[in-house]
Design a protein around this ligand. Sequence first.
Ligand SMILES: [Zn+2]
Length: 357
Amino acid sequence: MEEKKGKILVDSVMIAPNPFYVVREALSRKVGFLKFLRRRNDSLNELDSSFWKEGMYDGIELNYPGIGFFDEKWNIKEKKLLEYKNSNYPFYTFHGCFGSLPKRYHGLYFNLASSDKYVKKALQSQIDVASILKKDDKTILVLHPGTAENGNREEALNNIVCNLEFCLDYAKQKGVIITLENVNWDLDKNVLGCYVDDFVYIFNKIQHECLKICFDVGHLNTLVFDKSFRNKRNIEEMEHFKEFIETLADNVAHFHLHYNSCHLNFGKDIQAWKKKFFKWVCESENCNYLDEHMPLNKADESVLQMIKILINKSQVKNYGYMTCEFIPERVFKLIKVHKGASVVDHKESLELIRKMI
Ligand SMILES: [Zn+2]
C-alpha cells in the first residue's frame, strides 16, 4: 500500500480514560444537582497518546458524542473546536452523533431519519467540524442511518434520502465523504441500517461521490443470530456477511473493526444491574447491551476471514482508513470493564489486521 493508504485508526472514545462524556451529560441533565459534572473539560488532555506511537495506531477517529462539540441548538462550541484544531493530534476520520439517548438531549441526539428541521443544521455543523479538523484533503464522516421515529420505515428512509440530498454537495465542497454505517441488531425493529435492503433503498435513490458505506464488522456480527431475520431469507449464519459484501462492496469506503460474541451466548452474561442502569439512563427498553466491541484477537476465524475478503473486495484501499472500536479495559483508569481491551489486545489485533493488508 502507498504511504497515505491503509491507515489504521483508533476511536477516540475508546482511548479516553473517561469515555462516557455522553453518560455524564445524560446524568447531569437527568439529575439536577449533578449539573456541576458538565463543567468538567476533559477528553483532549486525557487521550492516551501511547496508542498512536510507533507500531500502534496511525491516528484517531474523532467521536463527536464522546466530546460534546455542539450546543443545544447545534452550533459548534468554538472554544472546544479551537482546542482540537490547535492540538497536533492525528484526527483522520470522524464519527457523527447518533440516537442512543432520548430525543430531548439536543446537540447529542441525532437522527438522520427524522424530518425535524434540526437535522439539516446538525448535518452542516458535523460536516464543518470534520472539514476544519481533518488532516488530509479528504476525510470521512460516519453517520448511523437512524430510527423510524413513528414506526414507518419507508417514510424514515425517504427522510434519510432528503437529508442527504440537502448536504452532499456541501460535504463535497468541504472535502467530506459521508459514510452510512450498518448498525447492530436491536430489539427495536424501527432501527434502520441493520439490513442490506435499507442501504439498497438509499443507494438506488442517491448516487453521489460523497456518499459511501462504513462497514462495521462487529455490528453485522450481531445480526447473524437473529433467527427471524435468517428464516425470512432462508440463510445460514454467516451468509448475511456474504449478502452484504456481494450487494454493497463497491460502496464500502471505510471499516469499523471489532467483534461481538453475543451470537454465541445471547442473553446469558448480561448482568441485571447493567440492564437496569442503561434502561434508566437511556429511557429505553431496547438498549444496545449486545454491542460488546471486543478486540479482534478474541474473534472467530470466520470473522477474520470476512475482514480479509472485505479489504480485497471493497473500496477501502482507495479511501485509506479503517478504525478499531474496542471498549477500553478500564474506565477512569480504575474500573475494569467486562470484555474491555488491554494494550496487549490492541497490539495483537493490530498485528492481525496488518497481516491482512
Ligand atoms: Zn462502528
